[in-house]
Design a protein around this ligand. Structure first.
Ligand code: COA
Length: 178
């Protein structure tokens, strides 16, 4: 799936420097085995930087304790559909979709946030889910991502505390009819 996001110019992963004001062409594709290192780095860097605003250092270290090895992401690819969003060949976003329509690990690289990448990625997941005959998407959403999901039509079903690596995390369970 191709889409166009906004670009105000920043340094991207792999050293790409898009010109300010130029439209960003976002391509979403199924992840490949070779994407694992980039997805791992994207997850670690983004959690450590963006979610640090809502999370104390102790919880943050439990959420993204290290750059997970490739095996961790390969196992996920076996159980879920994992998609990546690319700009000029660089992976700038990633998300996974379960067969039941649960979205997880939805991240856009911190340097690329606010440029429409997340919108294109989410639209792709919606199209895939519809293609599978699903009528509803659900996501366990971090506090940092609530407004994004709400903007894209998700409604909060309830709030919950999730235990991960022996630490508690505040989350929202959000759903959207598709
Ligand atoms: C949440 C996240 C995925 C959004 O991706 P993004 O590429 O920055 O989002 P987009 O630029 O496509 O934004 C789409 C819309 O959502 C809005 N939006 C995105 N983030 C927002 C925020 N934090 N607050 C308010 N609105 C927001 C945008 O304004 C835009 O609306 P508009 O087009 O009407 O202006 C990204 O910021 C992220 O990865 N955050 C940190 C990691 C995280 O917590 N992930 C979720 C785990 S559940």
């Amino acid at each position: 799936m191709l889409g166009v996001g906004r670009n105000v110019g920043t340094v991207a992963p792999q050293g790409l420097v898009p010109a300010p004001g130029r439209a960003v062409s976002v391509r979403v594709r199924t992840s490949r085995a070779g994407d694992a290192p980039q997805i791992a780095r994207l997850y670690f860097d983004t959690v450590r930087r963006v979610d640090a605003r809502d999370c104390d250092p102790d919880r943050l270290a439990a959420w993204a304790p290290r750059v997970y090895d490739d095996g961790f992401w390969h196992r996920r690819r076996r159980r879920y559909e994992v998609y990546v969003a690319e700009v000029e060949g660089a992976v700038v976003g990633s998300a996974k979709l379960s067969p039941a329509g649960a979205i997880d690990c939805f991240y856009v690289h911190h340097a690329w946030q606010g440029r429409g990448v997340g919108r294109v990625l989410l639209r792709h997941l919606e199209a895939r889910a519809r293609g599978h005959g699903l009528h509803r998407l659900e996501a366990d959403v971090s506090v940092a991502a609530e407004l994004f999901f709400s903007r894209l039509g998700f409604k909060t079903e309830h709030r919950q505390t999730k235990i991960y690596h022996n630490r508690s995390f505040r989350q929202l369970v959000m759903q959207k009819r598709i």
